[in-house]
Design a protein around this ligand. Structure first.
Ligand code: C2O
Ligand code: CU
Length: 519
């Protein structure tokens, strides 16, 4: 009997070769997958914000919603965003020109910044108008290569005036100009900024305050505008209030009513505090609160892109406004901010790190045009999340909306007149200040608990990790509107979507070939 031949055992050389080949194949597979994913994530050279794979008609009645896209083919009627302008006729009450150009600016400490400016200033000039006035702003671009636009953050202008490159206009190239006209209907604290490569351009200084004074301004009120911003300064970021990165002293006569207009132009929430006087939060995102009550040493966390108006009566003793140690813009920011006193001199009181301000339970309720118990025509769900992946050919932490990154994020479709409810859920590990253009939303609830204080209208709502919010708005400003995270890096890495009105079209396109890059 002869047993079976012993199996041929390959020699060590062969085994090594075989293992090597196997490993190589696996590696090649990964490389190919990597290259493919990278390639597949490259954004198209040109794309229109009107054509979507992913259209969300909400949970409302679906009658007549049987087609995709914005144009209302069934009725053959469509409006271009270019027709949704502010008043084209009439002599403006206020006329401004802003010239975008590169310039070196000097912060309060003497530190210099290579900035992108309006009129050589960063932040750009504060624009002030009176409620009801017709405003005309001409934007000139001197030498910003990527092009520039002007977006009026928080002001519900007609769509054609909204300043979004690739959606409502083309970016304004060096040597070109663009004119915006709108009526300033809402009094309050707003800001303007470029909406072309905005993550880079806003960071470098292409922004400024836009203040709409009420028709009947408060008598003798002393106003101070505070723009919280961190500047790229060679070796890291420098926190500042406007261009002032040190303590600023101002003389204010005791008894004077004071209004601080706090604007966060940074990409992260900023925590302010005010010590030395009881104060009120008079307005959020430009809208006055009902029956605000007095607060003492309360920390004010302000969403990126958001605004608070803080009012108080100047006491005989110094008042300190700033960013408390350890929170806010980071680093040693406690030397930053304002010292207000009768003669601008005096000791600097320490900032108290008191309880946090909660807009959901502050002030008194009052009737609103709709509320949580209204019948909604459309209901949307927006889940904010993150995952590593490729975006436009680069490997990033992706910031997703319902699992997708722009332009595959959902386009929410509404009809003029719809009452819309949106639920935001943040499953990621960072804050997402959600900013809807062209509308103010009424905050209905947070984490399932109804807002119990003053009506809280917002245009930039910070959704913290783990939080959920229900908000509602009336679709009363036809157009195609951006709805994005105002951490502008997140927006640039996919956390952008938009709200479209049925029947509205845009001739503009975004993408590398068009030169339009809204984020
Ligand atoms: Cu402050 Cu889409 O912008
Ligand atoms: Cu975000």
């Amino acid at each position: 009997m002869s047993g079976p031949e012993p199996p041929l055992t390959p020699g060590p050389g062969f085994r090594l070769l075989r293992t090597g080949a196997f490993a190589l194949t696996i590696c090649a597979g990964f490389v190919a997958l990597f290259a493919y994913s990278m390639q597949a994530s490259v954004l198209p050279d040109r794309f229109s914000m009107m054509t979507h794979e992913n259209v969300d008609y909400g949970g409302g009645p679906q009658t007549g919603h049987g087609h995709m896209g914005h144009a209302d083919h069934e009725h053959g009627s469509s409006t271009s965003v270019t027709d949704l302008t502010g008043p084209r006729e009439g002599v403006p009450d206020r006329r401004f020109t802003l010239t975008a150009r590169e310039a070196r600016i000097r912060l309060g400490s003497g530190k210099t910044i290579e900035a992108w400016t309006f009129d050589g200033k960063a932040p750009g000039p504060e624009l002030r108008v009176r409620q009801g006035e017709l405003v005309e702003v001409t934007l000139l671009n001197e030498d910003i290569d990527d092009g520039v636009t002007l977006h009026w953050h928080g002001i519900d202008v007609p769509n054609a005036e909204d300043g979004v490159a690739g959606l409502t206009q083309d970016a304004v190239r060096p040597g070109e100009r663009h004119t915006y006209r709108f009526r300033a209907e809402q009094a309050g604290t707003y800001w303007y900024h470029s909406h072309q490569v905005s993550s880079e351009q806003v960071g470098k200084g292409l922004f400024g305050a836009f203040i709409v004074e009420p028709r009947e301004p408060e008598k003798d009120e002393r106003e101070v505008t505070v723009l919280a911003h961190s500047w790229e300064s060679g070796n890291g970021r420098t926190a500042a209030m406007g261009a002032s990165d040190t303590l600023e002293r101002k003389a204010i006569t005791p008894g004077t009513p004071v209004r601080l207009r706090l604007i966060n132009t940074d990409s992260y929430p900023v925590t302010f505090s005010l010590t030395g006087a009881p104060f009120e939060v008079a307005a959020i995102d430009g809208t006055d609160l009902n029956a605000p009550t007095e607060l003492t040493d309360t920390r004010l966390e302000l969403a990126a892109g958001g605004r608070y108006d803080v009012t108080f009566t100047m006491p005989a003793t110094p008042v300190r406004h700033g960013v408390p140690e350890g929170v806010g813009l980071g680093g040693d920011d406690h030397d930053l901010g304002l010292l207000l006193s009768s003669d601008g001199k005096g000791d600097v009181p320490a900032l108290e790190n008191g309880p946090g301000f909660d807009p959901a339970s502050y002030g008194e309720p009052e009737p609103t045009p709709f509320d949580a118990s209204s019948d909604f025509d459309q209901e949307f769900e927006v889940v904010l999340d993150n995952r590593p992946g490729f975006y436009d050919g680069n490997f990033y932490m992706l910031w997703t909306i319902n699992g997708e990154v722009f332009p595959n994020t959902p386009a929410q479709m509404v009809r003029e007149g719809d009452l819309v409810k949106t639920t935001f859920v943040n499953r990621s590990f960072m804050d997402h200040p959600m900013h809807l253009h062209g509308h103010h939303v009424l905050v209905l609830s947070r984490n399932g608990v109804r807002v119990s204080g003053s009506p809280w209208w917002s245009d930039t709502l910070n959704v913290a990790p783990g939080e959920s919010y229900e908000v509602a708005f009336r679709a009363d400003n036809p157009g195609i509107w951006m709805d994005h995270c105002h951490n502008l890096d997140h927006a640039a890495e996919g956390m952008t979507m938009h709200l479209g009105y049925e029947g509205v079209t845009t001739p503009f396109e975004a993408g590398s070939e068009t030169g339009n890059r809204p984020e």
